[in-house]
Design a protein around this ligand. Structure first.
Ligand code: GLC
Ligand code: CA
Length: 563
């Protein structure tokens, strides 16, 4: 696993929870329909790598609690914690063997409760990663299911007879390579897995399974979760006829998304039902979807016909862009803003599955400035922005060569191509960056000596300081509630757009996506976008443009208001 993945997966406190609406007041905004999540910054935490508290070199829930002050000061609205449930770690937690527990390496339910309490105190919401498509092959449900053809849980997973001559039921390829089928000799049938063989797909057509999964959802909602990040939502159903793929890629070759096993119409029913469960709870709970789609129309459909499914589907059409190209960004952003039926777009670049943006967009010379540029893009747009831990420091992706040199051992039972973007959070310039007092499960980036919280907080020009300023700016009315205004920069290297409130107040954002100074002429309705009295934020420092024609520095960012 899997360079392929990133391209393709373009797939109390029960007591606390119910009455505590006071801690999360409905956000005030321009519109009465304004939900907190429509303009939130959601910070993704890979718990294994954020903060260790017991010296075993593996981050834990207590570590997150310990760092809540940091997150509050930075200004995030919510955290999404990737799976911390019991798991054999074939896919580092994305193979769940108990949906309602905490893995010993990450702590206990009491630690979870403490984390929720601490987060609420700071008005930070916590989203749980709900791995809805598959469980671990070590989950008791699967152990039962595989035990015999007539086991009551047989149908909780997807079992089929093989094709002729020992062939799998279909020649569908898995996102992680090989066929989507594994033969289980005990019952001489094949089970279906769109990811690893250790991740058998759950059969959502089975009412018993459905109820068990919805009960698991209720469990976390009852324990103070503000919602879920839903893993791999396009794959919940397969075509019940299981037609063969007419053009199967060679096994081990690039995986293909097929009409037979992604984006099936049956998905909507499950997501609507899950949403109605969330809506039966107070406090505006939310579904954030890993909803990769091939087109913007498909993405629009993920919100549901009546906007009653996933409130926040991640926009992978934007998130998978990996070159600074103003025209391409303008197209994807205009699509997200104007072609999703007014629904809230979700922007991100980095994640535990995506190489880090500092490395992806960096040109080797101007990486820090480029990191500021990509931050300005995701954080000034109308919509919700995701941040991946350490993005605010300019953490980079560890190189393949460095990764290859890291030994496999009990703390890192297997190598994963994505380990490069999962290195420990960089708190200080010390040897383990204050991530752990022991030996970290993955090495700390050498760059941590300069790219770390302690140093960057002291430096007003650091990437951290830039992010903190952007997050503050997002709280102002224009950036919190203003609509998106498509603009023309008059220059192929510069991307410009506006934000405007109903009362006319507005702001202009211009991003130079090239290594040379660029002259721009901003035009676009409504208004003339001609006089910008005040720079709200810029990097490098720029004077206020006094007309709609001005020059912007290499990889420069200018955010200006008209008034
Ligand atoms: C999602 C997760 C990814 C995981 C896969 C299988 O795409 O983000 O990390 O490997 O699902 O669960
Ligand atoms: Ca630990």
């Amino acid at each position: 696993m899997n360079a392929r993945f990133v391209r393709v997966a373009v797939a109390a406190i029960a007591m606390l929870s119910t009455n505590a609406s006071s801690s999360f007041a409905q956000a005030s905004g321009e519109h009465s329909s304004d939900h907190w999540y429509d303009h939130a910054v959601i910070y993704e935490i890979y718990p294994r790598s954020f903060q260790d508290t017991n010296g075993d070199g593996i981050g834990d829930l207590k570590g997150i609690t310990q760092r809540l002050d940091y997150l509050q000061e930075l200004g995030v609205d919510a955290i999404w914690i990737t799976p911390f449930f019991p798991s054999p770690n074939a896919d580092f937690g994305y193979d769940v063997s108990d949906y309602t527990g905490v893995a010993a390496e990450y702590g206990t339910m009491a630690d979870w409760d403490e984390l929720v309490r601490g987060s609420r105190k700071r008005s930070i919401r916590v989203l749980v990663d709900f791995v809805v498509n598959h469980s671990s092959d070590q989950h008791p449900w699967f152990k039962e299911s595989r035990s015999s053809r007539d086991n009551p849980k047989r149908d909780w997973y997807v079992w089929r007879d093989g094709g002729p001559n020992g062939q799998p039921p279909t020649h569908w390829t898995s996102i992680f390579g090989g066929y989507t089928w594994t033969l289980d000799p005990r019952t001489n049938q094949w089970y279906y897995h769109v990811f690893l063989p250790q991740q058998p797909d759950l059969n959502w057509a089975n009412p018993g399974l459905r109820k068990a999964m919805f009960d698991a959802a209720r469990f976390w909602l009852d324990h103070g979760a503000s919602g879920f990040r839903l893993d791999a939502t396009p794959y919940l159903f397969e075509d019940p006829a299981f037609p063969d793929d007419p053009h199967p890629p060679a096994p081990g070759g690039p995986a293909a998304l097929m009409p037979y096993n992604s984006g099936r119409p049956e998905n909507h029913g499950v997501l609507r039902e899950l949403r109605s469960i969330l809506d039966s709870y107070p406090e505006d709970r939310v579904l954030l979807g890993e909803s990769s789609t091939p087109t913007i129309e498909d993405l629009a459909a993920v919100y549901g016909k009546n906007h009653d499914e996933i409130q926040l589907p991640m926009d992978f059409l934007f998130g998978n862009l990996n070159k600074l190209n103003a025209a391409e960004f303008k197209k994807q952003v205009d699509d997200a803003q104007l072609r999703l039926g007014g629904q809230t777009p979700v922007f991100f670049f980095s994640s535990h599955d995506h190489p880090r943006q500092w490395s992806v967009f960096g040109d080797g010379k101007n990486n820090d400035q480029i990191a500021k540029l990509t931050a300005a893009l995701t954080l000034t747009l109308r919509g919700t922005a995701l941040m991946y831990y350490g993005e605010e420091l300019g953490m980079g992706t560890m190189s393949k060569a460095e990764l290859a040199a890291i030994p496999i051992g009990p703390k890192r039972p297997r190598a994963d191509d994505r380990d490069g973007e999962r290195t420990p959070m960089q708190w200080t310039s010390g040897p383990t960056a204050a991530f752990t007092t022991g030996a970290p499960w993955l090495p700390v980036e050498p760059a941590a000596r300069t790219y770390n919280v302690a140093s960057e907080k002291q430096d007003p020009d650091s990437i951290y300081s830039w992010y903190a300023a952007l997050l503050k700016l997002r709280q102002t009315p224009t950036f919190r509630s203003g609509g998106y205004v498509p603009l023309d920069s008059g220059n192929a290297h510069a991307f410009a757009f506006g934000r405007r409130l109903g009362d006319g107040r507005g702001a202009l954002i211009v991003l130079n996506m090239s290594a040379k100074p660029q002259r721009v002429t901003i035009t676009g309705a409504p208004g003339q976008w001609a006089s910008f009295g005040k720079v709200l934020l810029s990097s490098p420092n720029a004077a206020a443009p006094t007309a709609n024609t001005f020059t912007i520095a290499p990889y420069g960012v200018v955010i200006a208001s008209e008034l």
